[in-house]
Design a binder for this molecule. Structure first.
Ligand code: MTE
Ligand code: MO
Length: 377
């Protein structure tokens, strides 16, 4: 995969794991543009990058569908059969900001599952393809009783010595509202190899894990997929669950991302010479089709909160993040701690401290993000 990292990704990506390749956006560039360029968008892989010849490529629609079909890329791109759909969608790995949980307590040490991400395992791109709903309808719809779709990625990964494909599932109700896209274009360009060429799913508002890259088969099924990625990973445990008592049945499956945000500038431990003000910049996002309505920043650890002026928040999309910036009044010299929280349109907000949402698999770090800076005037 390193060959594709060199070819397709920016030289200043933050490499989190070399194999399987995991990399996050260069942190000073992440909040420069509302749309994350292809070469700086984060990458999260469980295995290698499969070589797929687009000429030979086929997608099987199988399992509990009325008329199973094998489709080529040309079939999917035939606008006489399928209308094209384009959406701006934020993908966020449920492991974003895991470092903060690791610093409280390391949790599950399986680095293949639990890459030590900081704040850059999130990106916002424009995806083009066809709504999966249209493709399933084209196959006559689901057979009665089927309520989930299972996705097969062509990459193999190894877990405890066993090789397997990447397999996940999404409920039909999510597909039915045109929130699952079979995408072949990312930001107006063919899907990069490292992001799933030639075809991937993009599941709006769900954790990145559900958006299957290098897709080669979709099956209608009853209930969620029994595959390990769906059933054993991406579980949210209570804080009492640890190494000795972690049972898969103790966790619930993570689907929609909750509201979260991060300060991307200044960086933790920066020294800043100020003239009474410090400018802060960051991102805010909420899953499930909810969106950030207000971002607030505190300069005293979370007692007094200042609202980011609404005009300093970027465009609202149903499934996209919003970038924000604010000038915070500063009069002290010495160490300061800034923290941020976001309210979404359902009035959800974030836990105050990372400790209060610690979980064994170290997912969904959505507590108020904090940076300490040294200020001088
Ligand atoms: N699909 C396949 N086939 N293999 C994978 O390893 N990783 C998933 C998802 N889809 C993965 C996959 C995870 S955990 C995330 S967060 C997203 O892809 C990341 O998408 P990106 O690499 O395009 O940013
Ligand atoms: Mo992920």
């Amino acid at each position: 995969s390193w060959e594709y990292v060199k070819k397709e990704k920016a030289a200043d990506m933050l490499h989190v794991l070399q194999f399987p390749y995991n990399g996050e956006s260069p942190r000073d560039r992440l909040v420069e543009t509302e749309i994350t360029p292809n070469d700086t968008h984060f990458v999260r892989n469980h295995g290698g990058i499969p070589e797929i010849d687009p000429q030979e490529y086929t997608l099987d629609i199988a399992g509990l569908v009325k008329n199973p079909k094998r489709l080529t890329l040309a079939d999917l791109q035939n606008e006489e059969i399928f209308p094209r759909q384009t959406n701006t969608v934020t993908l966020q790995c449920s492991g974003t900001r895991r470092m903060e949980q690791i610093s409280v307590y390391p949790g599950d040490g399986d680095e293949l599952i639990n890459a030590p991400w900081a704040e850059g395992a999130i990106g916002n791109a424009v995806w083009t393809g066809v709504s999966l709903k249209k493709v399933i309808k084209h196959c006559g719809g689901l057979i009665d009783g089927a309520d989930n779709l299972e996705f097969y990625g062509a990459d193999t990964y190894f877990k405890k010595g066993e090789a397997m494909n990447y397999v996940v599932s999404v409920p039909w109700r999510k597909v039915k509202v045109n929130e699952v896209l079979l995408a072949w274009e990312m930001n107006g360009e063919p899907l990069p190899k490292i992001h799933g060429f030639p075809l991937r799913t993009v599941v709006f508002g769900y954790i990145g894990a559900r958006s299957c890259k290098w897709l080669y088969q979709i099956k209608g099924i009853k209930g969620p997929s029994p595959a390990p990625v769906q059933k054993k990973e991406y579980l949210y445990y209570t804080p009492q669950v640890g190494k000795q008592n972690a049972m898969y049945s103790n966790g619930f499956s993570i689907q929609e991302m909750p509201v979260s945000s991060a300060i991307m500038s200044p960086v933790d431990m920066d020294q800043i010479v100020h003239d009474g003000k410090v400018k802060l910049k960051g991102w805010a996002y909420s899953g499930g089709g909810r969106w950030p309505v207000r971002v607030e920043v505190s300069g005293d650890g979370g007692s007094v909160w200042y609202e980011v002026p609404p005009e300093n928040m970027s465009t609202k999309y149903f499934h996209g993040w919003r970038l924000w910036e604010i000038e915070m009044p500063v009069d002290a010299e010495g160490w300061l701690e800034f923290c941020v929280r976001c309210w979404d349109n359902a009035l959800n907000t974030q836990p105050t401290f990372v400790r209060s949402a610690w979980n064994w698999d170290l997912h969904v770090t959505s507590s108020c993000h904090r940076v300490k800076i040294y200020s001088m005037n």
